[in-house]
Design a protein around this ligand. Structure first.
Ligand code: P6P
Length: 331
């Protein structure tokens, strides 16, 4: 039986479709792949590695306690890009300001990278899946100068690539460069990512809705009404729609992408704009979801059309199977 295509081979095949490509995007994706393998090793070792689990005394710019692995993952990714020339700056959930990469030659980088280095990290200590989310834009200010905020505050529809690495029962890298979504599974014995989920299409509808029911009473009426309707609905086969919520966005999104379903992080009295961040959580997943045939909205607008104004701004997120998001929009 012919062996599966590796991620490296796939990247090269994709690049060959762009004769003018100089391989920078390929290099960028390879750096993310390498970072994912290194982070995976730390995540999978969990409590076996002294001092890796648990929280630090530090808080990130969101005022959230930083897990030790958050910081580790952030450093692993930034260091990977300091060794290369494609990226002139990184915006991260873990850094208040944009990280300008080493001045030596970084100002020639054509791309900017936005990351949530380890989303859902509070789940690590209980061995629930976590993930790295990434979003890539071409810079809009002239090369040769330092990257500036406008390079990062672009609408999500300008993304040229986005994806995630999910560290779960298996480790997968799922990404898109604008021509569909492909999923690669890491073979731990060889350290190679193999193409296991070619051309992912999200099912039009699905068997799950995913929301933090504990906060239901804080949500706006229309969200409560839609969620109540999910509890009453049965799908074509008469099966009820189930609730599934892991508290890890990447895991909840990955399930919706593969099985069909809808994930909601609504506005609430605690979080009037929702809790999730537009630039490095909502935009990359919205890009992927649309590439797979799904939809993503903030309750009023298409996520990818939102014009960002701040690096760490939050936005409500309703994302997943198109028919389920449309049903929500009717509320
Ligand atoms: P809540 C994790 O902190 C995260 O950013 C997402 O991964 C997750 O979906 C969400 O927050 C969980 O938030 O308020 O439901 O605990």
């Amino acid at each position: 039986m012919k062996r599966k295509t590796t991620l490296g081979e796939f990247i090269i095949q994709q690049q060959s479709e762009y004769p003018e490509a100089r391989g920078e995007m390929s290099q960028l994706l390879s750096a993310l792949m390498v970072s994912g393998k290194i982070i995976n090793k730390q995540v999978q070792h969990g409590g076996l590695t002294e001092g890796v689990l648990g929280a630090t005394e530090a808080e990130n710019v969101q005022g959230e306690t930083q897990q030790k692995l958050d910081i580790l993952a952030n450093n692993i990714i930034i260091e990977a890009f300091e060794q290369r020339q494609e990226v002139c700056g990184v915006a991260s959930e873990e850094n208040e300001k944009v990280v300008l990469l080493d001045k030596k030659y970084k100002e020639n980088g054509k791309y900017v990278l936005l990351i949530d280095p380890l989303d859902g990290s509070s789940n690590i200590d209980i061995t629930v899946s976590v993930g790295t989310i990434f979003s890539i834009y071409r810079r809009i200010t002239p090369e040769g100068s330092e990257a500036v905020l406008p390079d990062f505050l672009q609408p999500g529809r300008q993304q040229i690539a986005a994806g995630y690495i999910i560290y779960g029962s298996s480790t997968m890298m799922v990404y898109s460069t604008g021509n569909g979504v492909n999923g690669f599974t890491l073979d731990p014995s060889s350290g190679v990512f193999f193409l296991t989920h070619p051309n992912i299409q999200i099912p039009e509808t699905g068997p799950y809705y995913s929301v933090n029911e504990g906060k239901m009473h804080l949500f706006p009426e229309n969200y409560q009404a839609y969620i109540a309707s999910c509890k009453l609905q049965a799908d074509q086969q008469g099966a009820l729609i189930d609730g599934r919520y892991t508290g890890s966005l990447v895991a909840d999104f990955h399930r919706s992408l593969l099985k069909g379903g809808i994930y909601l992080y609504p506005p609430s009295t605690f979080h009037p704009d929702g809790k999730l961040r537009l630039l490095y959580e909502c935009n990359p997943l919205a890009f992927l979801c649309e590439q797979a045939g799904g939809k993503a909205t903030n309750g009023q607008q298409r996520i990818l059309d939102l014009q960002p104004t701040e690096l760490h701004q939050r936005c409500p997120l309703v994302i997943g199977s198109p028919k389920m998001v449309e049903a929500f929009e009717a509320f």
